[in-house]
Design a protein around this ligand. Sequence first.
Ligand code: ADP
Ligand code: ASP
Ligand code: MG
Length: 490
Amino acid sequence: MTGKLKSKLQVMKFGGTSVGNASCIARAAEIVAQAARENAVVAVVSAMSGVTNRLVDAATHAAAGDAKAGATLIAALRQQHQDALAALVPAENTRTAVADRIETTLAEGQRLFDGTALLRELTPRALDTISSLGERLCAPIFASAVSELGVRGVAVDATELIITDSYHGGAEPLMEQTRERCEACLRPMLKENIVPVATGFIGATREGALTTLGRGGSDYSATILGAALGADEVIIWTDVDGVLTADPRLVPDARIIPEISYREAAELAYFGAKVLHPKTLRAVLPAGIPVWIRNSFAPERAGTRISQQGRSIGGGVKALTAIRDVALISIGGPGIVGVPDVVGRTFSTTAELRANVLLISQSSSQNDICFIVAAADAQRTVEALRREFAQDLSHEVVDHITVDPKIAIVAVVGENMRGTPGVAGRTFNALGREGVNIIAIAQGSSEANISFVVEDGAMKQALLATHREFGLANAPSSREENSEFQDVRK
Ligand code: ADP
Ligand code: ASP
Ligand code: MG
């Protein structure tokens, strides 16, 4: 039976903490069921919190030859997921099919761990398949929790929906094929008033090999599906009230930002604000689909709206973010002034390694280039550079290629900073007063961010000082009355 025309199409994503146990799943399912009475809804779910980390950890142990790590984890996951299912679907006969599906997924997991331990090898492709188990266990449970509320929920493996390239561990969607799959699979379900519950985080190549979009990638799954279906909005339900002026775990008086532009939110995500996967907004940008960040633990609160325009507030600086687990690599020596291709060779080398360069700074005397990569990429980057510049090093044209692993980037973000002079100066002064040493500074050409490289140990102090300097705790808000927004959940 086809129902009445729904007013809009919403894609709703629930993160790990929002599906962390049976009562969280019940709360999330209620949000979906309520929305689905008015709107067409596609749900996207993450793994229950912590599950992906545990899977990756067990896979690493298995690859080191530990034959038991996999079995121990599979037993724990069985208990956790079957218990959650039983709590959400009390009638045993109703839950048999889902319980069987959980067992099938767990059995596949066991085989993957056994194979890994046997071969003592963990390929990126195998790691993707192992990492996917959390979402594939969670989606069927979530779908049955929605069904319990009188709205039909059906779990869909995103390997059927999101077609990607074959870059395991950080695949990119192929939107044309993804659109076709979504039309063929999801559209008919929506017409039947079914809520498809898709697994976040994963996709598959055209040949059907499972891929992942990168850690924290379920946010991206939601916007990919939103774009593919031409949704009216994407809502990312998480464990905080929205995008805040800084990470509330580091800056306790961080405050909610009611509206923010795509560009600002993307800068925050790119520089480490965990609330959004860095690629999330890419998918919705061309169609201008608004994205909301809302708190699944307090659904009555409005959250943050991310859109093309955003809404400007106050003196330019909108939010701060910081990224740690990064390393500063510097390459230099007086001789490099005369070597015109040092910059080109340096970044061809990083590109070949697919090492993501987060920030670049060059001294005006041109005898030193420094740049930042993820700490995990640092060692192989330095080794590759030493190979590339071996001759120059031996002729002392280049006299050092060094790495400093104990650093962090603090980024000041706000589209209105453009044309607001003095942001860099005020940040410098604030950090100076606190005795925080600035190692390097870079300004994005969009002028929507200025980033400072500081020692890792000084990161929190730098954030607190900058947050205070720009009065972000008191930033004017369109929902001033809701001062309880500061009560952020963790
Ligand atoms: P989920 O499991 O729902 O995907 P995440 O843990 O990935 O949630 O992201 C939400 C977390 O992001 C919050 O709990 C918060 O600690 C952190 N966070 C970091 N920076 C910000 C920010 N500027 N605004 C809101 N949350 C932030
Ligand atoms: N479960 C995946 C992770 O932990 C994806 C996500 O939660 O967004 O990385
Ligand atoms: Mg996340």
